[in-house]
Write a protein that binds this ligand. Structure first.
Ligand code: NAD
Ligand code: UGA
Length: 468
């Protein structure tokens, strides 16, 4: 019969493990939830008295305030957590491999494997082990082999796949009202029982019909498939935005007309300077690698094109800036508004802003950056990584970080909107105009501002998916 879970451990206190398990603690007061991480600074931040949490998500602080110290605990003691738990989420990072076989494409499963080995080593009672990280199809098989090869008497391990579909910036509302919760298990009696135990946790707040139970491999592949198809929509609309710029069509109107088809739907059709974030590119490349390993080169190149289109979109946008500014930005002041990969997050992983600034620096422009949430140290870290041929001192000679959009745009020749922060819509653009060099340009990479209103002020406006 399914075990009734009372103690949950989450290994990995990042963007996924933190919010996901904090919400489980909130919705299941009868379950004790521990979130453990080897990164002490991160755990200290989760435990900080002033709730200065390591990640920014609207609504997250409120959830942590309600549960921390009650049935939610943050700890660096992974071993103790494993010993005590009935059910363990593995929510560690799975970045793209930087070296070795599959470098640049395959997922680095080292962190997943180390966590799995540690579970096998220290567990003295049976555990349900849940793969929360996004992993290539059939990773659960490797985890099972490691666990079974190390199991002790009276100590069995059941593996589930339970991928996470939350998006950053809306993590808490996504977790409160998920479109679906997906649980994959082996179709054995034990596998189905383990699946029922996890489903019972979610059933505390998710309607039963939204909890989908499938086979292990389908569950793993569905996660990669969902991200690949979401990213594909953006690359499709971005490919069309290039046609719009060249013909006089307007991408907003095209996307609206296309999305009105109920089979298509209106969401996720916003043209942009390119998608960013820690997952889309990583997961598609992972799918490309998987397809190649399975000797399916046509499938691999189909998905690879989604990422290539995204690179093209970023390149195309920075080229448009240079072309419009009379074919040179050398020595010019360019303001970049937004550094995060999307609004309402402080996360900068794979942010299009990084690529744009790198391109502007290689044209020897001066760049002024403002983002309402990203830490200054993070911006320096990302730029140093993106510009390996420049020293940080040289980068700092060309880049300034500012405390407001207005301050960042003083004396600039052009303002480039890279992230769709709501506050950029509400800037006093007339005031910005006054303090800029003339002609003053705005490049809207996010279809954010009212181009007609800005033109009336005097700006020359270039918008993604519209002719100049
Ligand atoms: P993250 O880097 O923010 O967090 C991972 C954490 O795991 C780190 O703090 C790291 O120190 C910790 N860790 C690594 N190995 C450990 C070990 N052996 N013991 C204890 N702690 C360990 O990553 P994330 O953004 O939370 O992503 C985690 C996984 O979830 C990835 O596979 C990702 O693809 C997937 N995912 C992410 C998102 C997202 O929006 N970020 C959404 C859905 C799925
Ligand atoms: C994405 C998925 O939406 C989540 O379902 C998934 O769980 C997650 O990846 C993951 O696996 O990590 P996330 O990357 O947090 O979530 O954010 P998205 O809202 O998907 O945005 C990704 C990028 O696409 C952003 O740069 C965003 O600005 C861009 N985007 C999004 C567009 O350019 N146009 C759109 O219409 C939508």
């Amino acid at each position: 019969a399914p075990l009734k879970v009372t103690k949950v451990l989450c290994i990995g206190a990042g963007y996924v493990g933190g919010p996901t398990c904090a919400v489980i603690a909130l919705k299941c007061p009868h379950i004790t939830v521990t979130i453990a991480d080897i990164n002490k600074a991160r755990i200290d931040a989760w435990n900080s008295l002033d709730f200065n949490l390591p990640i920014y998500e609207p609504g997250l602080e409120d959830v942590v305030r309600q549960c921390r110290g009650r049935n939610l605990f943050f700890s660096t003691d992974v071993v103790k957590g494993i010993k005590e738990a009935d059910l363990i989420f593995v929510s560690v990072n799975t970045p793209t491999k930087k070296s070795g076989v599959g470098a640049g494409f395959a997922a680095d499963l080292n962190y997943v494997e180390l966590a799995t080995r540690q579970i096998a080593e220290v567990a003295t009672t049976s555990k349900i082990v849940v793969e929360k990280s996004t992993v290539p199809c059939r990773t659960a098989e490797s985890m099972r082999t490691i666990l079974e090869a190390n199991s002790k008497p009276n100590c069995r391990f059941d593996i589930l796949s339970n991928p996470e579909f939350l998006a950053e910036g809306t993590a808490i509302s996504d977790l409160f009202n998920p479109d679906r919760v997906l649980i994959g298990s082996l179709q054995t009696t034990e596998g189905k029982d383990a699946c029922a135990s996890l489903a019972a946790i979610y059933a505390n707040w998710v309607p039963k019909e939204n909890i989908l139970t499938v086979g292990l491999w389908s569950s793993e592949l569905s996660k990669l498939a969902a991200n690949a198809m979401l990213a594909q929509r953006i690359s499709s609309v971005n490919a069309l935005s290039a046609i719009c710029e060249a013909t006089g069509a307007n991408i907003d109107e095209v996307a609206h007309a296309v999305g009105y088809d109920s089979r298509m739907g209106p969401k996720f059709l916003k043209a942009s300077v390119g998608f960013g974030g820690s997952c889309f590119q990583k997961d598609i490349l992972n799918l490309v690698y998987l397809s190649e390993s399975l000797h399916l080169p046509e499938v691999a190149s189909y998905w690879r094109q989604v990422v290539e289109m995204n690179e093209y979109q970023k390149r195309r946008f920075s080229k448009r800036v240079v072309d419009t500014l009379f074919n040179t930005i050398t020595g010019k002041q360019i303001t970049v508004l937004g550094f995060a990969f999307k609004a309402d997050t402080g996360d900068t992983r794979e942010s299009a802003a990084i690529t744009l600034i790198r391109d502007f620096l290689s044209e020897r422009a001066f760049v002024n950056v403002y983002d309402p949430k990203v830490e200054e140290s993070q911006i320096w870290y990302d730029l140093a990584e993106a510009c390996p041929t420049m020293t940080l001192d040289n980068i700092k000679k060309q880049v300034k970080i500012h405390k407001s959009a207005l301050e960042a745009s003083k004396n600039a020749e052009a303002v480039v909107i890279a992230t769709e922060w709501k506050e950029f819509k509400e800037i006093d653009w007339a005031e910005v105009y006054k303090h800029m060099k003339k002609p003053a340009f705005v490049f809207d990479g996010r279809l954010l501002v009212d181009a007609d209103a800005l033109s009336k002020i005097g700006f020359k406006v270039a918008t993604i998916g519209r002719p100049s």
